[in-house]
Design a protein around this ligand. Structure first.
Ligand code: NDP
Length: 456
């Protein structure tokens, strides 16, 4: 994949960017994430000449620590396997490292560094005291038995436990790691350390988990998009929406759009997408949740709702709609997809997944007056509720569903308003430049903390 030529104007940002491109030439995803951030930080770094003296930017793009380890496990036939495990502890300037664990064959240092880097800014945006990290393993849970996945989780934690802690690093789930895997890892952590602490978030409700955590990313995404629509004097009522993915984020984004009066007409998975022009209402979504829980693919939808259509191997971006929510994985929207979105009348794209939109596609959408929200702002609801889970664990309390949902809504509104105001100040443009607004607002807090804490 070709790396976009970023237009990094500030001389200090440009020097750091040029060095980074050479040092990490083999880390394409990380470079894409860092290049876009350095490009958008230029106007604010222009106003902060002092930060070069304390090498804030050089430190900001370099993880504090990377842990890499082997994860040996045996399958049900007794055959041994060895996977690679990682934890990228990127930045702890404003709080303990916090970020998910991903189990997927695509996991590499490149992918986890991009996710960890984005997480630093995302966590800063939530206004909660959390640093950024990310981890996982190149383990593919597809087709593995429950016992195999449990043994893998236990082996993974047998190494990871010595590097994490409630005040050091608090991992959570991500792709391939849901409540079941978090529980198995928590059990193993407790067994090894003999401590019951809030060391992981996304736990079960019976042992320290928070209500609304499963819903948080999808709901938060739609709360954020609601603020974007409000800023241009409209709302979800009567809007047609296309969503990719059929997993955790996609499901709850679909639920919230419907609750707010919009109509979701697509969902997808790695095999293709389904189109239901009548809308995927609560009853239909319950069916999706059921068959996805049974590891069935998205075309199963047609067995109950035969009026819908299945498009094998395709993405939903060519469907006419008002709003689009990529909620599956990175690299979902390339330039040709962005062109289809614009041609089909889409006026708002908000990322539920992490970096689903390629940098040149973002530029194209913004140039064509599409309101665009980057995942680090619009999908921050998940980590925000993880932060609330950490607070509840520390206090040994559990808040009600309504309390957590209203705090989530408040945080997403704050993230929106901070990104919006910052964009107006540093990157004025016809349609709000949420990318610049989110990057600059998230960066400022971390940069101030790093500067204050000295050269560490
Ligand atoms: P899930 O594992 O629940 O769902 C992932 C969805 O994406 C599935 O529909 C899956 O289909 C699809 N998918 C995966 N890989 C591909 C691919 N290469 N091409 C097309 N479709 C694909 O994950 P989540 O919903 O939890 O996460 C989705 C995204 O959101 C990720 O980028 C994650 O990092 C991000 N995110 C998640 C948060 C959370 O709280 N869950 C928080 C913030 C961000 P299939 O089953 O066929 O593979």
């Amino acid at each position: 994949m070709a790396l976009k030529e970023f237009n990094v104007k500030n001389a200090y940002c440009k020097r750091v960017w040029d060095e980074l491109k050479v040092r990490y030439a083999d880390q394409e995803h990380f470079l894409q994430a860092a290049g876009l951030v350095l490009e958008t930080l230029s106007p604010v770094v222009d106003t902060m000449p002092g930060i070069e003296k304390t090498a804030v930017l050089e430190r900001f793009v370099e993880p504090e620590r990377i842990i890499m380890f082997r994860v040996p496990w045996t399958d049900d036939a007794g055959k041994p396997h060895v996977n690679r495990g990682f934890r990228v502890q990127f930045n702890s300037a404003i709080g303990p490292y916090k970020g998910g664990l991903r189990f997927s064959p695509e996991v590499s240092l490149d992918v986890l560094k991009f996710l960890g880097f984005e997480q630093v800014l995302k966590n800063s945006l939530t206004t909660l005291p959390m640093g950024g990290g990310k981890g996982g393993a190149d383990f593919d849970p597809h087709g593995k038995s429950d016992a195999e996945v449990m043994r893998f989780c236990q082996s993974f934690m047998t190494e990871l436990y010595r590097h994490i802690g409630a005040d050091t690093d608090v991992p959570a789930g991500d792709k391939g790691v849901g409540g079941r895997e978090v529980a198995w890892m928590f059990g193993q952590y407790k067994r090894i350390t003999n401590q019951f602490t809030g060391v992981l978030t996304g736990k079960g409700l019976d042992f320290g988990g928070s209500l609304i955590r499963p819903e948080a990313t999808g709901y938060g995404l739609i709360y954020f998009a609601e603020c974007m629509l409000k800023a241009v004097n409209t709302d979800f009522n009567g809007k047609t929406c296309i969503i990719s993915g059929d997993g955790n984020v996609a499901q709850y984004a679909c639920e919230k759009v419907t609750q707010l009066g919009g109509k979701v007409i697509t969902l997808s998975d790695s095999t293709g997408y389904i189109l239901d022009e009548d809308g995927i209402d609560a009853e239909k979504l319950a069916f999706v949740m059921q068959f996805r829980g049974e590891h069935k693919k998205i075309d199963t939808y047609l067995t109950k709702y035969p009026k819908a259509k299945f498009f094998k191997g395709e993405k939903p971006w060519g469907v006419k709609a008002d709003c689009a929510f990529p909620c599956a994985t990175q690299d979902e929207i390339y330039m040709e997809d962005a062109k289809k979105l614009v041609a089909n009348g889409v006026k708002l794209v908000a990322e539920g997944a992490n970096m689903p939109t390629r940098a040149d596609a973002i530029e194209y959408l913004q140039k064509n007056d599409v309101l665009f929200a980057p995942g680090k702002a619009s999908n921050a609801g998940g980590v925000a509720v993880s932060g609330l889970e950490m607070s509840q664990n520390s206090e040994r309390l559990s808040w009600t569903r309504e309390e957590v949902d209203s705090k989530l809504k408040h945080i997403m509104t704050q993230i929106h308003d901070n990104a919006y105001e910052t964009a107006k100040k540093y990157a004025p443009s016809k349609t709000t430049d949420y990318v610049s607004g989110a990057n600059i607002y998230g960066f400022l807090k971390v940069a101030r903390a790093m500067d204050a804490q000295g050269l560490v």
